[in-house]
Write a protein that binds this ligand. Structure first.
Ligand code: MN
Length: 205
């Protein structure tokens, strides 16, 4: 059975400083993300046991466990790639044109994204996603690791707003964390995700 695995980062834990502290990066990747990977694999194992035994009495809990932990694995896998020490600035090319078209410009998009992140109630994510069935970009609030998101929204850019992502460095000042994070956004990665989403989801509607 294929299992989920914790991906290596493309940079050192200290590489995103001063914007994201090394201590946060190490805990976040080696403890938090690792726990989601383990949880997703445990859910898969228990679902396989249920199929083998024919006892599906625990199915609702197992499907929730799978959604939560796989959500955590996917969200963090995209988040790590969305960041680079050589990040910041603004996108160019087709992604920039799509942002212009769907959000009336980069400044309006960035303000929309920031307010989406800062107004989350509790733990969650701000996401720039490609709506594969409708063919446009959307910004979403993702609650916890898996809630409040329509189907077919392919994540292009994700910002982790769980307290574990910022509290050791920024305490309760979420706005400073969000502002700093834009300095490490890897627009090349976001643009590549946008291009792959465009080509691989064409015609799905
Ligand atoms: Mn996280």
């Amino acid at each position: 059975m294929t299992v989920y695995t914790l991906p290596d980062l493309d940079y050192d834990y200290s590489a995103l400083a001063p914007y994201i502290a090394p201590e946060i990066m190490e805990l976040h990747h080696s403890k938090h993300h690792a726990a989601y990977v383990a949880g997703a694999n445990t859910a898969l194992e228990k679902l396989a046991e249920a199929r083998a035994s024919g006892d599906f009495s625990n199915i609702s809990k197992l499907e929730k466990d799978l959604a939560f932990n796989l959500g955590g694995h996917i969200n963090h896998s995209v988040f790590w790639k969305n960041m680079t020490p050589a990040g910041g600035g603004q996108p160019t090319g087709p992604l920039a044109q799509a942002i212009e078209q769907d959000f009336s410009g980069f400044a309006a998009f960035q303000q929309h994204f920031n307010q989406t992140a800062l107004s989350l109630q509790g733990s969650g994510w701000a996401i720039l996603a490609w709506d594969a069935l409708s063919g446009r970009l959307n910004v979403h609030q993702l609650y916890d690791q898996q809630g409040n998101l329509p189907a077919a929204q392919i994540p292009l850019l994700q910002l982790d707003m769980w307290e574990h992502a910022f509290y050791l460095q920024y305490r309760n000042v979420k706005a400073d964390y969000v502002q700093a994070w834009w300095n490490v956004v890897n627009w090349d990665d976001v643009a590549a995700r946008h291009q792959r989403a465009l080509t691989q989801t064409a015609g799905l509607l």
